[in-house]
Write a protein that binds this ligand. Structure first.
Ligand SMILES: C[S@@+](CC[C@H](N)C(=O)[O-])C[C@H]1O[C@@H](n2cnc3c(N)ncnc32)[C@H](O)[C@@H]1O
Length: 203
């Protein structure tokens, strides 16, 4: 099996902060952050999602892949990771920099995960990680995405969402999950709210 291979990242040459910022300026509602997530936050997210114990993982909004990279480092050799990314320059970057047979990139909205899982007859995911900026979406779009998460997550699965807006997502999560916790990671610019939701409620 080919593991994550990434010449650009190995040489420390990730997409520059300036390029990331340019994407934010072009499409701030979709991109939702001025820079990519730090490695420290990515590791904390993977810990909350319990990636080493997972077989099937989905990442909604891979961006330039800082969390994708840590997931692939921790995921078992026979695991799989479905990644969703709608911003074309980021999807191009992911295609060029991640070569790992466990990783499947979908360059379309994460809401399509339901249809993809049905087409592939894939059992539900053990962990779903999202950095999609829910607070910039309409209520209808947020609900559509959360319904897709509920449909796709195993009963004992974990949904972990990074949000910079501290109060938008929790009420929605509490409607859809029995258990929701919040961590704040201060060593990120800006500080990151990490919400972990378990026990999905099938309404
Ligand atoms: C805050 S950025 C985080 C990017 C990256 N995961 C990171 O941590 O640096 C959110 C990402 O979600 C993507 N995104 C937004 N809406 C999406 C959707 N409906 N489906 C898939 N990706 C989406 C954006 O293009 C952007 O790359």
């Amino acid at each position: 099996m080919s593991q994550a291979s990434n010449p650009d990242k190995k040489s420390g040459n990730r997409l520059s902060n300036r390029d990331f910022l340019r994407s934010f300026v072009q499409d701030y509602k979709t991109v939702g952050a001025v820079r990519e997530t730090s490695r420290g936050v990515a590791k904390r997210i993977c810990e909350l999602a319990n990636i080493p114990a997972a077989t099937r993982v989905a990442e909604l909004g891979c961006g330039t892949g800082p969390i994708t990279e840590v997931i692939l480092e921790q995921l078992s050799p026979d695991g799989l990771l479905w990644g969703y990314e709608v911003h074309e320059p980021f999807a191009d970057y992911l295609r060029k920099t991640i070569s790992d047979s466990r990783f499947q990139l979908y360059e379309e909205s994460a809401a399509n995960i339901v249809q993809h899982r049905r087409e592939h007859q894939l059992p539900p995911f053990d962990a779903i990680i999202s950095t999609i900026p829910f607070s910039y979406l309409s209520h209808t779009q947020s609900t559509e995405l959360l319904n897709a998460v509920i449909d796709s997550l195993a009963d004992d699965g974990r949904f972990v969402a990074l949000q910079y807006h501290p109060t938008y997502l929790p009420p929605l999560l509490k409607k859809h999950f029995d258990h929701v916790t919040r961590d704040i990671y201060l060593w990120n610019v800006p500080p990151a709210n990490l919400f972990t939701a378990t026990v999905p409620r099938r309404l």
